[in-house]
Structure formats: structure tokens, C-alpha cells
Design a protein around this ligand. Structure first.
Ligand code: COA
Length: 329
């Protein structure tokens, strides 16, 4: 019997309407359009506006679009893995909230927290449920409302992040397409460079934590950059070597969109030309868990059955990894 792989059989995404341009940021913090573009590659990002709207509200749009495309109902979904660093609330899981909002009455689900690597951790985890035969339809959602944890007075972080969400459906495939391999890594020692200090059990919210601005993203950009540029490139090269893939055989690199310079370094390490790299950072910035599914969504019409994709990410934690998958449709 041929091995069952977990194939992506549908993808959809959603970004909010509001466009926060570099020009507008120039009026908020001491920065310039030219600096932001040259250091990050970002021109604009989307922001979710509206009282009471959270990450799950973007996911509803992404998932409903996906279900429509695939021609299935929410009741057919068996498992929802919601990869996010900005859940609607500490508990219950955003997966539960999403299931309720879309009417996925037969699904169980949970949230997965691995910062910017969350989506590939979730994809790899979701694939196990398909490969084992436990489930036939698994939704992997990746999204963040980063604007909810960004300090718009901190020019080193507010220029980078944006809001957005994407989702993929995983189903069994016996033609050899789907998730073939993954390499996932964490190093908790990196937490000092990129974290949200308060709001967890170690430092619950208080007047003091709010006054100290400890509910915002704290990032030491240069340190994060150094780890990201090395580890993301290394892990992408490692998965190619392990699977004896040449750069010619790679159809697409789908990188986490943290910084254009990190993406370029990864592509160069893999020997992959710019024409094979999915990049939309200039329009969305870093949407954390949203970047990779949003790329897949935007490039969907160019993807062909059997295409070889290498997904690679690096994020807070630190977390990093890569996934090798063959496109199934
Ligand atoms: C954040 C980041 C864009 C900053 O770029 P950088 O080239 O490392 O810039 P530095 O932090 O060295 O700062 C260089 C100078 O620019 C200044 N600067 C920082 N942000 C600025 C901004 N928005 N506008 C203008 N100047 C800025 C700094 O204050 C510093 O000035 P100084 O030399 O007078 O002290 C970059 O470090 C980065 O992308 N890091 C990784 C981020 C990442 O991947 N995070 C997510 C992981 S998933």
C-alpha cells in the first residue's frame, strides 16, 4: 500500500482593509519610508480596526473562503489547529472560538504557540493526524493581530508587524504529494531577545505592567536578525540535503516574511533564484503566523501539481524550522 501523505487541498487568506503605510508611520514615529524599505523591504501593512475584533475574526474570513473553494461544509472538519501568538483571549483557545463562529460542530481543536514558526509547526503537527489515519480533514490556521501587542511609539518594532491570517486544509493523499519532511527546532535561551514580558502566569497583568509597557513586543532587533539569518538559511539547506534536493528541483521557496534581507540570505544559501521566492512582505509586513499561508494563498494560481515547495521560518522563542512539501493540485 502506498504511504499516505497529508496534502494541502485548499488554501485561503484574509487581510484587513486598513493599509498602514510607511508614510503614515513617518507621522507617528521618527522614521522614514526610505529607512524602512532599505532595512526591511516593507512598504505597508494591514491593520484590523474595529472594537472587539480579534484574530479569530480574520480566521473566519479565511476559513469560510477555503470551505467554499473546496466545496465542503464546516461540519466536515475534524480538527482545527490554530497557530497564533495573539489569541482572542488567554483562554479558551481561539480554535474553539473559531469552530463556534464557523459552525465546525464536529471538530476538536487547540491553539499552537511557536511565534513566527507557528504555521510550519502546525502544518507538521496536523500532517501527523492525517498520516496516522486518525483524521481525514484537518484545518491549519495561521494568523495574528500583531497590532494588538505592538507599541506604536517604538520605531524598531511598529514598522515591521501587520495583521493577517491564512488557512490550509489537509487531506490524505496516496499519490506521493503533500508534506514529505519537516525539521523543527526550538531554543528557549533566545527568549530574552524577543518576547512579551507580561500577561502570562509569571507576570500577570497589573497597573504596573501596563505603566511599564510590558504587554508589547520586546525585540532586540540585531540579535534576532543574527540568529534568524543563520538558522532559517541553515534549516532550509538542511532539509534539501536530507532529501537530496538540488536547487533546480525546488520550484518555490516559501519563507516567513520577517525581513527581506533574511529571505534573500535563505534563498542564496539554497541556491534558489529570486523568481522562485514568494515575497509579499512589501505589502503585509510580518504577520507572524500569517505570512506563509498568505503567500500560498496569493501564489495558489501559479502552483502546479507535483511542485516542490520548501517552507522556512524563524521566530521568537527561539523557534525555527522548514517543511518540504509537494503540491497536490
Ligand atoms: C529590526 C530591524 C529591522 C532593525 O534593523 P537594523 O539594521 O538591525 O537596525 P539597528 O537595530 O542596528 O539600528 C540601526 C540604527 O537605526 C535606528 N532605527 C531603528 N529603527 C528605526 C526606524 N524605524 N527608523 C529609523 N531608524 C531606526 C536605530 O536607532 C539605530 O540608530 P543608531 O545607530 O543611532 O543607534 C532588524 O534588526 C531586523 O529585521 N531584525 C530581525 C527582526 C525579525 O526578524 N523579527 C521577527 C523574527 S520572526
Amino acid at each position: 500500500m502506498s504511504k499516505i501523505h497529508a496534502a494541502i487541498t485548499a488554501v485561503h487568506g484574509y487581510v484587513p482593509d486598513y493599509v498602514l503605510t510607511n508614510k503614515e508611520l513617518e507621522s507617528i514615529v521618527d522614521t522614514t519610508d526610505e529607512w524602512i524599505i532599505s532595512r526591511t523591504g516593507i512598504k505597508e501593512r494591514r491593520i484590523l480596526k474595529g472594537e472587539g475584533l480579534g484574530t479569530s475574526d480574520m480566521a473566519v474570513h479565511a476559513v469560510n473562503g477555503l470551505l467554499k473553494k473546496r466545496g465542503i461544509t464546516a461540519e466536515e472538519i475534524e480538527l482545527i489547529i490554530f497557530c497564533t501568538t495573539t489569541p482572542d483571549m488567554p483562554f479558551p483557545a481561539s480554535a474553539n472560538i473559531l469552530a463556534d463562529k464557523i459552525g465546525a460542530k464536529n471538530a476538536w481543536g487547540y491553539d499552537l504557540q511557536a511565534a513566527c514558526s507557528g504555521f510550519i509547526f502546525g502544518l507538521s503537527t496536523g500532517a501527523q493526524f492525517i498520516e496516522s489515519g486518525k483524521h481525514k480533514k484537518v484545518l491549519v490556521v495561521g494568523g495574528d493581530k500583531m497590532s494588538s501587542i505592538i507599541n506604536y511609539q517604538d520605531r524598531t518594532t511598529c514598522i515591521i508587524f501587520g495583521d493577517g491570517c491564512g488557512a490550509v486544509l489537509l487531506e490524505p493523499n496516496s499519490e506521493g504529494n503533500g508534506v514529505i519532511d519537516s525539521i523543527l527546532r526550538t531554543d528557549g535561551a533566545g527568549r530574552q531577545y524577543l518576547h512579551q514580558k507580561a500577561g502570562g502566569s509569571a507576570r500577570p497583568a497589573s497597573h504596573q505592567t501596563v505603566d511599564n509597557q510590558e504587554h508589547f513586543v520586546h525585540q532586540e532587533g540585531q540579535a534576532v536578525f543574527k540568529f534568524a539569518v543563520t538558522n532559517m538559511a541553515d534549516v532550509a539547506a538542511e532539509i534539501m540535503e536530507r532529501n537530496q534536493l538540488t536547487s533546480e528541483e525546488v520550484t518555490w521557496l516559501v519563507p516567513h516574511q520577517a525581513n527581506k534581507r533574511i529571505i534573500d540570505a535563505t534563498a542564496s544559501r539554497m541556491g534558489v533564484g529570486a523568481e522562485k521566492v514568494m515575497i509579499n512582505i512589501e505589502r503585509y509586513g510580518n504577520t507572524t503566523n500569517g505570512t506563509i499561508p498568505l503567500c500560498l494563498w496569493e501564489w495558489e494560481s501559479q502552483l502546479k501539481k507535483g511542485d516542490t515547495l520548501i517552507l522556512a521560518a524563524f521566530g521568537g522563542g527561539f523557534t525555527w524550522g522548514s517543511v518540504y512539501l509537494k503540491w497536490a493540485y
